[in-house]
Design a protein around this ligand. Structure first.
Ligand code: AMP
Ligand code: FES
Ligand code: ZN
Length: 311
């Protein structure tokens, strides 16, 4: 197979684009997809101070590399979740990347800063680990970006991730989540702007991008995520994509172009009702009796009492 752009031998075939690319044209393709996503959704402006949440995996390390190549002032944020060897090892990949590229890495350890880890938090809150983990990560990412004065927080969610989340939200018709599912969540009181610049690139492209640049990343999945619903959705979508390449990209892009706006009001209504958490100040729904979900998990896991005020 030959490269679609320059006719040199291709190193990768992308069936969804009905094309093969040589090394240089593939790198150019990845950069172009990120540049287009940033432009299309006005994710960030040159000169803004970007914080990239890096897990040590291919997506977030690839994203950090791509943003720096595109000229963005991007620092990394690694959150230590206390998931045994997995966390130790993923931290070492994030640190090695920062060291090798002379980039700044902010590290926040859940135990040191908040007094609990994900296994403890999920047990105490009787939530599945991924739910306690997702909630804690969102809280810590936002707090870190706000405290350190970043303009925007970027995560490494890719096309496969977004398609799987969309699939799950549609299967259960979670309309509030559909209104919130967008590659840009604008800043609001207590919230930093959040962006997903990899929305146009798939998992395989990110893995190939890292290999081509010699970026070492953690290959293992989180041991606590095994068998979760999200992975099942990914497998189902992969089976469909195998038969009709391009389905995932069309599913996500058509949703964003034609469907998302119908659910925005519902999500905005929920956001408008938020009040500062009485413990940490994070925006919280009134139904939570003044205390945010993160502070409640933290209190259960550490045995601390939290002041609950009547709302
Ligand atoms: P996940 O929730 O594991 O699918 O990860 C989604 C995105 O969250 C990744 O692409 C990263 O940008 C970010 N992320 C996940 N885990 C961490 C972590 N431990 N520290 C910092 N960022 C993370
Ligand atoms: Fe969140 Fe594993 S990374 S439960
Ligand atoms: Zn709180």
């Amino acid at each position: 197979m030959k490269c679609r752009r320059c006719r040199e031998p291709a190193i990768i075939e992308l069936r969804r684009h009905n094309a093969g690319f040589c090394r240089d044209c593939f790198v150019r393709h990845c950069r172009e997809q990120v540049r287009r996503a940033i432009d299309e959704f006005s994710m960030m402006q040159p000169g803004e101070h970007v914080l990239v949440a890096v897990s040590g995996g291919k997506d977030s390390l690839g994203l950090w590399h791509l943003l720096r190549e595109l000229g963005y002032d991007a620092d990394g944020l690694y959150v230590g979740l206390g998931i045994g060897d997995y966390s130790e090892s993923s931290a070492s990949y994030a640190r090695a990347f920062a060291h090798e590229h002379g980039a700044q890495l902010l590290e926040i350890d859940l135990v040191d800063t908040y007094g609990f880890d994900i296994p403890e938090g999920s047990l105490a809150a009787r939530r599945v680990p991924c739910s306690a983990c997702g909630l804690s990560k969102r809280h810590v990412f936002n707090e870190a970006a706000m405290t350190h004065g970043y303009d925007v927080l970027a995560t490494g969610h890719n096309l496969d991730d977004e398609a799987a989340v969309l699939f799950g939200n549609v299967l259960r018709w979670q309309t509030e989540y559909l209104g919130r599912q967008h590659p840009v969540l604008p800043a609001a009181p207590g919230f930093v702007r959040k962006v997903k610049p990899l929305i146009r690139l798939g998992e395989r492209e990110l893995a190939a991008y890292c290999v081509v640049h010699g970026i070492d990343y953690i290959v293992e999945e989180c041991p606590m995520a095994e068998g979760n619903r999200h992975l099942g959705y990914k497998e189902a979508l992969n089976a469909i994509e195998e038969r009709s390449p391009g389905t995932k990209a069309a599913f996500v892009s058509t949703f964003l172009e034609r469907v998302h706006s119908r659910f925005v009001d519902e999500a905005t209504g929920v956001r408008d009702d938020l009040r500062p958490c009485t413990t940490c100040g994070s925006p919280t729904p009134p139904s939570a009796a003044g205390v945010c979900a993160f502070c409640r998990i933290r209190a259960r896991a550490t045995g601390a009492t939290i002041p609950v005020t009547a709302s």
